[in-house]
Design a protein around this ligand. Structure first.
Ligand SMILES: *Cc1c(COP(=O)(O)O)cnc(C)c1O
Length: 253
């Protein structure tokens, strides 16, 4: 399937009809919870050891999974997570990459709600932004990178100015400093531009816009290229062990 071209992927990627009673269209699984059969199977499902099974739609849902896999395939990423809006996708990304606080470099000329939350919301959580007037002023961007800089954030084609970011050059600057380049690729969508082919590490989308194309649903996505080395003292959150309720028995001390 990954060798298929864009148009084929856009209607088939992430969906195997035989897993869904051979339904031609992707069924909408309108359910909050899923049956767990018995305690043994439940344990495997909640600890993520049983592929294709779900317990609760906040954690995962077969319909949403098709959407995530399909966009990851179209964008050339390894995986994606779908959320309730484009702003949620941006917020998830910023809060994850700058856990424990830090600074992020971004252009001033971006989508209004993003600028608003970067200026007024994230600073309350210890995440501050260094804004630049021209994201393609590479010297200024490079000079702004400090010890606590966690990422460079750009819009590939800015909404509404249509200003274009030089992704290759910005990826080079980010990677030299061991930080990721995050790209809001809402405007072109993967159909017109795939930022991972130009060095980006994470893409975010408001799929409310061109990806949906009908203007009838609010949704967002975060896609991972899978190539950034998170084993870096700046990002301990991506390699430290996370203990959840399901781990209790196996990790008793
Ligand atoms: C619309 C938009 C967003 C926000 O998305 P919502 O789905 O409205 O939350 C973020 N970035 C860009 C570039 C947008 O156009």
């Amino acid at each position: 399937m990954t060798k298929s071209k864009f148009d084929t992927l856009s209607i088939h990627a992430g969906y195997d009809p035989k897993d869904h009673r051979f339904a031609s269209s992707v069924p909408i699984y309108q359910t909050a919870a899923f049956g767990l059969e018995n305690t043994e199977t439940a344990d495997k499902i909640v600890t993520g050891k049983l592929a294709g099974r779900y317990d609760y739609s906040r954690d995962g849902n077969p319909t949403v999974r098709v959407f995530e896999d399909r966009i990851a395939a179209l964008d050339g990423g390894v995986d994606a997570v779908a959320v309730g809006s484009g702003m949620a996708a941006i917020s998830y990304t910023i809060l994850n990459v700058a856990e424990n606080g830090g600074r992020i470099i971004a252009p001033r000329n971006i989508y209004g709600s993003s600028l608003d939350e970067f200026r007024t919301f994230f600073p309350k959580f210890g995440i501050d932004f260094d804004f630049v007037d021209d994201i393609n002023d590479f010297k200024t961007v490079k000079d702004l990178i400090g010890e606590d800089t966690k990422a460079i954030y750009v819009e590939s084609v800015a909404n509404p100015s249509t200003e274009i970011a030089d992704l290759e050059k910005l990826a080079e600057i980010a990677h030299a400093a061991c930080i990721p380049l995050i790209v809001d690729n809402t405007f072109p969508t993967p159909y017109l531009l795939r930022p991972f082919e130009h060095g980006a590490d994470i893409t975010v989308y408001s799929s409310t816009k061109g990806i949906n194309g009908h203007g009838n649903v609010i949704s967002g996505l975060v896609v991972d290229h899978g190539t950034f080395d998170w084993n870096n003292p700046k990002f301990p959150q991506f390699s430290e062990l996370e203990f959840t309720l399901g781990d209790e028995d196996s990790h008793k001390q």
